[in-house]
Design a protein around this ligand. Structure first.
Ligand code: SF4
Length: 392
């Protein structure tokens, strides 16, 4: 709950303008004389907040690139897109978990998760170019986290012993904030492993800092992956077509031309993109760029971010609307709930008021593809809010 003592509105004159794109939370932290308090600009206005309250409430530090702020201002969708990076006081009241997918339980060596047989997920950094307010890894982004892989030799040794793993996803944080040299050093360990057939990079620099993808040394990294017989894949992260800049387009087309495959994942976000027209347009533009819409994620019940969740009933209506607007070759996405038990594709809300789903990914191969259902509860956003009268 908000505390009137630790979260006080302050006069605007005491603070930087909310419109200042150079605003950075850390500047306030350093410049505030009383060490225990900072002034933070929320969408609802500036507040003086105790640092301990920020920590206890898992309020992610503020950071947004100038490039991104300019892009979303000029997009005509500032009111929606600012919610992606600008903090809100709603974060203090948003209940949830800091590990909705059971990442801790699936960590096999420090920094490497092995939840599904074919895929390794590598936490390469705790930093991003900007921080999304809805991030499901807010337990680590912008922090000095001990979950980041400290020893890639150990990671490679594990993968070498697991021939069922055919691809590794570099994640974090955003691996593209690492230097190209650092990415090469990670490849030194991964590329000699014969059973890896693709190397994925999950990155929102495609939106936040696409100039990074125009680094003239980057094509050599991807050519090296290709020469090693693996497919380089960038999983971009665009939530709204207003984030797709001309620099994003240029970078994507250049990297595609040298053989990098592009997929896109989006998160369904209340107040940002919970609109069939917006998401259909986003997916259509990505398709035109050669970026295959891949996952649309149902928002997770993340502590300090669950206010972004859209109730399942409405979410399913939006997904129906997207599918009604797109051609077959454009609607290549799956609507996914990335649950502790696996990746669940949300199929429909039946006339019998049951939510129909199936496992897209599960540790247990036999569960994949099997349809199951649960009774719908008004307002439910997540599997755990639907009565478990049928085994999932
Ligand atoms: S870029 Fe990805 S990892 Fe970073 S804050 Fe956004 S969602 Fe989280």
């Amino acid at each position: 709950m908000l505390s009137p003592i630790t979260l006080q509105p302050v006069a605007r004159s005491e603070c930087h303008s909310h419109a200042n794109p150079d605003f950075a939370f850390d500047e306030f932290a350093e410049n505030t004389p009383a060490e225990k308090y900072v002034v933070m600009n929320f969408l609802e206005g500036p507040r003086t907040v105790a640092k301990s309250t920020l920590q206890a409430s898992n309020i992610t530090r503020y950071q947004a690139t100038k490039f991104y702020l300019e892009q979303i201002r000029n997009s005509g969708y500032w009111d929606q897109l600012k919610r992606i990076v600008e903090p809100s006081t709603q974060e203090f009241q948003s209940e949830g978990s800091l590990d909705t997918s059971g990442e801790g339980d699936n960590t096999v060596v420090p920094g490497l998760q092995h939840k599904y047989p074919q895929t390794g997920l590598l936490l390469t950094t705790d930093r991003c170019a900007s921080y999304c307010r809805y991030c499901f890894r807010k337990r680590l982004v912008g922090e000095d986290s001990d979950e980041i892989a400290p020893d890639y030799a150990r990671v490679a040794e594990y993968i070498s012993r697991h021939p069922e793993m055919n691809n590794v996803l570099l994640s974090g944080g955003d691996p593209m904030v690492l230097s190209t040299e650092k990415l090469h050093r990670i490849m030194d360990h991964l590329l000699p492993i014969p059973h890896l057939t693709s190397i994925r990079f999950g990155s929102k620099t495609t939106a936040f800092a696409p100039k990074r993808l125009l680094d003239e040394r980057l094509p050599d990294l991807f050519r090296r992956i290709i020469d090693a017989g693996k497919t380089p894949v960038i999983v971009a992260h665009f939530d709204h077509f207003g984030e797709i800049s001309s620099v994003s387009e240029e970078a994507i087309l250049k990297l595609r031309a040298i053989g990098v495959q592009f997929l896109n994942q989006s998160v369904l976000l209340a107040g940002v993109n919970d609109d069939a027209d917006v998401l259909a347009e986003t997916f259509a533009r990505l398709h035109k760029l050669g970026v295959r819409p891949y996952y649309l994620f149902q928002g997770r019940p993340v502590k300090a971010a669950s206010h972004f969740q859209v109730p399942l009933h409405r979410a399913i209506e939006i997904v129906r609307g997207i599918n009604a607007r797109l051609s077959g070759i454009q609607k290549t996405f799956k609507f996914i709930m990335s649950h502790y038990t696996g990746k669940i594709e949300i199929l429909d809300l039946g006339e019998d008021q049951r939510v129909y789903m199936r496992y897209h990914q599960n540790k247990v191969a036999d569960k994949i593809g099997r349809i199951f259902s649960r009774p719908y509860v008004e307002g439910a956003c997540w599997l755990d809010e639907l009565p478990a009268n049928q085994v999932a």
